[in-house]
Design a protein around this ligand. Structure first.
Ligand code: ATP
Ligand code: MG
Length: 600
């Protein structure tokens, strides 16, 4: 080991938080000199940052190697054709960085590499005997995120470990999936990141089984739910417990009634109780069917309106609609969903805001019109056959009462669209759900044969017949993981790294007048380095003790050793950055004491 001297180290700590930083990890990684912003969501790595990044990468690498995965490295700059073959050139939408070379050929900066790995295996392997194979890389990815935020937590350029498994049959794929799952558990354990493994929606990737590794933290953008009985899912993937069909034999015929000035659920409930009282008890929001018009933005930018019917006591969760609506509309790729705007609605004067009913794309004589619009209409799973509703009559100031699902109206499909609430039942019967926020650290997918089919990856099976290979894809956000560790390990003075990820083992501060102090610190640093300890020696001649201590706390090496005031009495100070505790150690025994402190 060589000693790193602060006086020559490429580092400048900053006094102030960067103006664009919202979360602690972002502020501190910039202030302490780990990274610098180059453009929104794009960062340069300084020596301190690289040291930590390498440690995170090595943990990931070791655990991937341990399951027999082999490391490769692909280019980030890729040709269009493979992504054209799988449709992802278009489906990726605005998130894809597209560019042209000097011959005007389309290129892209890879957001993920399924296509390239599939083609490489196709190129090299021909027989079932070559399989299984697991390949991975630790590589820079590019995504033109709509909202880059929180520094490294959501960047436009970031490091991902992505691996891909290739198997001849489904059992093999299950094995590959479980091997990755176990490896990921070890990785996050070694990174000290608490993880909830949750069911995920496969979204644009296609495929079947899929789980996310979420790290619970208030700065996370994902919401997940769990039950005491062990169910855990991203809210995007939660399925509603579908009630039994109702018996509607005794429900009166549907009738349109006057409900003046009742464009909201609240006013509708009020009007209903005033003007059309319920036989038993009071009407409530849960008796109403709210029809919400949303705009679905396709990957090519085209907007399409969709109507969604949900119980009036529930809100629509745009994120859940986003992951579920594409399949219903036959759209491949990721869509964006937002509330329909006034502009969107101008094209449909038949839709009366506040009084929209379910008669949209269907024949519904009870609503007095055959078909109001051609907008697809999807229903929440709770709106089962026989349920009775008060809902809009597609006329100003009027609602329909006793409108029964299936008897009086149907829909074009069922969609998981409602906000999942705390207390909702877990779909597997394991109790009520509780919600928490998290950030996605990793994601594992059973892709199945989608990519292999699109790109023609086949090998000969035992009977000499061509068989399409089945694949899995698995990702860990490496730079995101580093930021998540920083986010969970800091105080108001700075970062506090866990030992195995800290940029140095020991931050040695030499402070005080007299050449002998610096000489002693130099000697200790060299002695420690000779024992394999990574030492950062603050040997700056002009910096005050206050500045040196402040920087040591900001940088966040867990063990700080001070050669200073006590030196004349043969003593050094050993500080634990995590507990804040400090104790004196004898100069003569310093190396042993420090090694013991480091657990060596
Ligand atoms: P998110 O839902 O957070 O946008 P994703 O589902 O798009 O992530 P994947 O395609 O599953 O991400 O990528 C694998 C891993 O890469 C993620 O689990 C995450 O840790 C990391 N990752 C994805 N996007 C980013 C980003 N913009 N910045 C940093 N890390 C990212
Ligand atoms: Mg994901």
């Amino acid at each position: 080991m060589t000693v790193t001297r602060f006086s020559q180290f490429f580092l400048r700590t900053l006094r102030d938080d960067p103006a664009d930083a919202e979360v602690a990890s972002h502020k501190l990684l910039v202030r302490a000199g780990y990274i610098r912003r180059a453009a929104p969501g794009i960062y340069s790595w300084l020596p301190l940052g690289l040291r930590v990044l390498n440690k995170v990468e090595n943990i990931v690498r070791e655990e991937m190697n341990a399951i027999g995965a082999q490391e490769v490295h692909f280019p980030a700059l890729l040709p269009r054709e493979p992504y054209e073959a799988t449709n992802r050139w278009d489906e990726y939408g605005d998130n894809l960085f597209r560019l042209k070379d000097r011959r005007e050929a389309d290129m892209l900066l890879a957001p993920t590499h399924e296509e390239m790995f599939t083609l490489l295996v196709k190129d090299m392997y021909t027989s079932y005997k070559d399989l299984p194979v697991y390949l991975y890389q630790i590589q820079t990815k590019y995504r033109d995120e709509a909202r880059p935020r929180a520094g490294l937590l959501r960047g436009r350029e970031f490091v991902m470990k992505d691996s891909y498994s290739f198997n001849i049959d489904d059992e093999g794929l299950d094995e590959a999936y479980l091997a990755h799952r176990a490896a990921y558990q070890k990785i996050f354990e070694r990174l000290g990141l608490e993880i909830a493994i949750v069911k995920a929606q496969s979204g644009a990737m296609g495929g079947s089984r899929s789980e996310e590794f979420l790290h619970p933290t208030p700065v996370g953008e994902d919401t997940f739910v769990r039950s005491a009985g062990g169910y855990a899912a991203n809210v995007e993937a939660v399925t509603t417990v579908v009630p039994e069909p109702h018996d509607a034999t005794n429900v009166p015929a549907a009738t349109v009634l006057e409900t003046p000035d009742s464009p909201t659920i609240e006013t509708l409930v009020q009007r209903s109780n005033e003007l059309h009282p319920k036989n038993d008890g009071q009407w409530s929001a849960a008796d109403t069917l709210k029809n919400v018009i949303v705009a679905v933005v396709r990957p090519d930018g085209e907007r399409q309106l969709v109507a969604i019917g949900v119980p009036g006591d529930r809100a629509v969760d745009m994120g859940r609609v986003e992951v579920n609506v594409g399949a219903l509309l036959g759209i491949g790729g990721e869509v964006e969903v937002e509330a329909a705007t006034e502009d969107d609605l101008k094209a449909y004067p038949q839709l009366i805001k506040g009084y929209i009913g379910p008669g949209l794309s269907l024949e519904n004589p009870l609503l007095g019109k055959e078909s109001v619009t051609e907008i697809p209409y999807f229903l929440d799973p709770r709106v089962v056959a026989g349920t009775e509703w008060i809902t809009g009559a597609n006329e100003h100031g009027k609602h329909v009462y006793h409108l029964v699902a299936e008897r009086d109206f149907t829909a074009d499909g069922v969609i998981e669209a409602c906000v999942v609430r705390e207390g909702d039942p877990a779909p597997d019967g394991s109790g009520p759900l509780q919600a928490a926020r998290g950030i996605e650290m990793g994601h594992i997918f059973q892709l199945g044969r989608k990519y292999a089919e699109a790109l023609g990856l086949q090998v000969l099976d035992q009977n000499g017949k061509l068989k399409t290979v089945t694949m899995g894809s698995y990702g860990v956000g490496v730079t995101r993981a580093l930021a998540a560790v920083a986010e969970g390990n800091h105080d108001d003075k700075g970062l506090i790294w866990p030992r195995n990820l800290a940029p140095f083992d020991v931050h040695l501060v030499a402070t005080g007048k007299g050449a002998e102090i610096l000489e002693a610190a130099e000697k200790l640093a060299e002695d420690l380095a000779a024992e394999g300890v990574e030492v950062l020696l603050d040997d700056r001649p002009k910096a005050s003790p206050g500045v040196k201590f402040g920087d040591a706390e900001l940088v966040g090496v867990p063990t700080i050793v001070v050669v200073g005031r006590g030196f004349k009495d043969g003593k050094l100070e050993l500080k634990d950055r995590r507990s804040g505790e400090a104790r004196d150690i004898a100069v003569d025994a310093a190396v042993q004491e420090i090694l013991a402190e480091l657990g060596r």
